[in-house]
Ligand binder design. Structure first.
Ligand code: SF4
Ligand code: SF4
Length: 239
């Protein structure tokens, strides 16, 4: 029979969403307990991939990779992407309907959502984390223009070294060890470019100032692979 855990939920393979009876799959709240609708939709897609693979005689544990694309996003026509100022505002709270209504009538939606004005304000707190700085060492002429313009002093051209020591001798020491350093080589002088990802604002000024295109701002797109021919072998394999 089917196995259940101490919470009464089915024991599942977290990758394939198969239960201990492999052709019975679960998703949504019935899979791992209460989550939100986004998880439920994702479970549905992942379970569909498992079913597609089983029907195609493939191992459902062999998951298809997502497609990843980086697309150049320098200013000019993409100027609007960099519109957001750095804003110390706290996150805006989503307004709730009065408790006397929501507690007495289960049909009343608790979260009212933002009005257009508040939604715009909330969206403008976005720090463009999807626009990444991408460095191409063999295009760099080591003019230091990006170092000069960076408002956060997070770019340093220096000799290579062990990470712990390198972190200390950057223009602004990189003290947050949970954030990787971005190190780019292939420079004509044999030095390396080191960027502290922890403090980068994704403002795009380095890419705008760079005379050779060694810095580029590239927007990150992730497209999950859904059920269908593309999830089967030899399907989409390159990330
Ligand atoms: S995007 Fe802005 S903050 Fe980040 S490295 Fe470039 S200039 Fe500095
Ligand atoms: S501005 Fe461009 S060419 Fe100049 S040092 Fe920076 S990356 Fe290299």
């Amino acid at each position: 029979g089917m196995e259940f855990d101490k919470w009464g939920l089915p024991v599942l393979n977290e990758r394939t969403l198969q239960s201990t009876i492999p052709n019975v799959l679960f998703g949504g709240d019935a899979a791992f307990g209460p989550k939100n609708i986004i998880w439920a939709v994702a479970h549905g897609h992942e379970a569909a991939v498992s079913i597609d693979k089983m029907l195609s005689g493939e191992d459902p544990n062999d998951r298809p990779l997502p497609a990843v694309q980086m697309i150049s996003q320098k200013m000019g026509i993409h100027e609007w992407s960099y519109d957001n100022a750095i804003d110390p505002d706290q996150r805006n709270k989503v307004p709730w309907a009065p408790a006397e209504q929501t507690l007495t009538n289960i049909g009343v939606e608790v979260e009212l959502g933002f009005d257009p004005q508040l939604a715009l304000r909330e969206a403008s707190r976005c720090l463009n984390c999807d626009a990444q700085t991408v460095f191409t060492g063999n295009k760099c002429i080591e003019c230091d223009a990006c170092v000069d313009i960076c408002p956060m002093d997070c770019i340093t051209f220096t000799d290579d070294g062990e990470e712990a020591e390198l972190r200390q001798r950057l223009t602004a020491p990189a003290l947050n060890l949970t954030q990787d350093l971005y190190v780019g080589g292939d420079l004509k002088t044999g030095r390396v470019m080191v960027k502290d990802e922890d403090v980068c604002l994704h403002c795009g000024l380095c890419a705008e100032r760079c005379p050779t295109g060694a810095w580029d701002m590239q927007k990150f797109f992730l497209e999950m692979t859904h059920a269908g021919p593309q999830c089967r072998s030899p399907g989409r394999k390159a990330a």
